[in-house]
Design a binder for this molecule. Structure first.
Ligand SMILES: [Zn+2]
Length: 325
């Protein structure tokens, strides 16, 4: 006799009519009906002749025992999906290892509904943001088109050449090459936004509507102190020709933001870098102590970085992940 333990509620019901024994020796007492309703695979499995009661080791307490290859954790999760929600709530799939195991079981047992739920878990933004490459590999391995493409977009937040990750073994060299090509093409598509600042001038229309960006030069000889005087910007001006707007030199910290952000966009062509660099610039400008810039930098850089982020997304939106499904 194999040593086995009993699963916890609701898989310990005294009126259950069959036992599924996990690979690690846990017995799940379940109702055939729920499993049959969830998958035609189980229906076929239960129609196979079962050994008569008490004739060999394949029964326990008079119930037939069916050994399965899944471990108890995986079995517990997918049985909860099979059971009606009044008896067992759908389990949360929050780790990629769980998703991978359940996806495998769902496919093996033709549990279509569960497969769909697992796919939804795979494009949960929380998981995608934390582990885009692992999501990509799992989705690609399972030939899930929408999920693979979504995950590929999230991988743009990471450097072109990724660090090793466990699920890399799930994809082929061709899959990885397709992902790297996609990433590189996105980076190339973003580069012209720096070379041609038409999107900036189009958005603001004129120098007058973005004085924060091209402030008047501070003149120490100009009399000040009048009640209408706003503080003038004492930050330097960029002298780089590439950042000239309406024939004027913009404030230097903005040019620095542009240079540093576009340098990063070459490796990570995504909106997140645009937003996080803007956040750093806001802190930096406030710390520098120019009254004119400090007062308005947050509002203006939020607007500007949203504009740049939108343009980065537009530039990369038409790039396709070239991969057969
Ligand atoms: Zn300033």
């Amino acid at each position: 006799m194999t040593m086995s333990t009993c699963a916890s509620s609701p898989f310990d019901h005294p009126k259950a009519d069959i036992i599924l024994r996990s690979a690690d020796g846990v017995d799940f007492c379940v109702f055939k009906l729920f499993l049959t309703l969830a998958s035609p695979f189980f229906e076929t499995m239960f129609e196979l002749p079962q050994p008569a009661d008490g004739t060999d080791n394949d029964t326990k307490d008079g119930l037939p025992v069916i050994p399965v290859q899944e471990d108890s954790k995986t079995l517990d999760t997918f049985l909860r999906f099979c059971y009606p929600s009044t008896l067992a709530e759908d389990p949360l799939l929050e780790s990629l290892a769980d998703i991978l195991a359940i996806l495998g079981a769902a496919r093996k047992y033709s549990l279509d509904l569960i497969e769909r739920k697992v796919c939804q878990a795979l494009v949960n933004p929380k998981i995608l943001e934390a582990e885009p490459l692992r999501c990509f590999a799992i989705a690609r391995n399972a030939r899930l088109k929408h999920e693979t493409i979504t995950a590929a977009r999230y991988t743009l937040r990471q450097p072109l050449i990724p660090a090793w990750f466990e699920e890399i073994e799930l994809i082929t060299a061709s899959d990885l090459l397709a992902l790297l090509t996609y990433h590189k093409k996105c980076a190339i598509a973003v580069a012209p936004l720096r070379a041609d600042l038409g999107w900036v001038t189009n958005h603001y229309g004129s120098l007058n509507s973005c004085k924060w960006l091209v402030p008047e030069v501070h003149n120490p000889n100009r009399p000040s102190g009048g009640s209408n005087d706003k503080p003038t910007c004492r930050c330097g001006r960029s002298t780089k020709l590439e950042f000239i707007l309406w024939s004027s030199f913009p404030v230097s910290w903005w040019a620095t933001y542009m240079e540093e952000t576009f340098e990063l966009l070459r490796d990570t062509p995504c909106r997140d870098i645009v937003k996080s660099e803007a956040e750093k610039t806001i802190q930096k400008v406030r710390g520098a102590g120019c009254n004119a810039c400090s007062a308005r930098v947050k509002e203006n850089m939020e607007e500007f970085s949203n504009l740049l982020a939108l343009n980065v997304e537009k530039a990369t939106a038409s790039i396709e992940l070239e991969m057969p499904f």
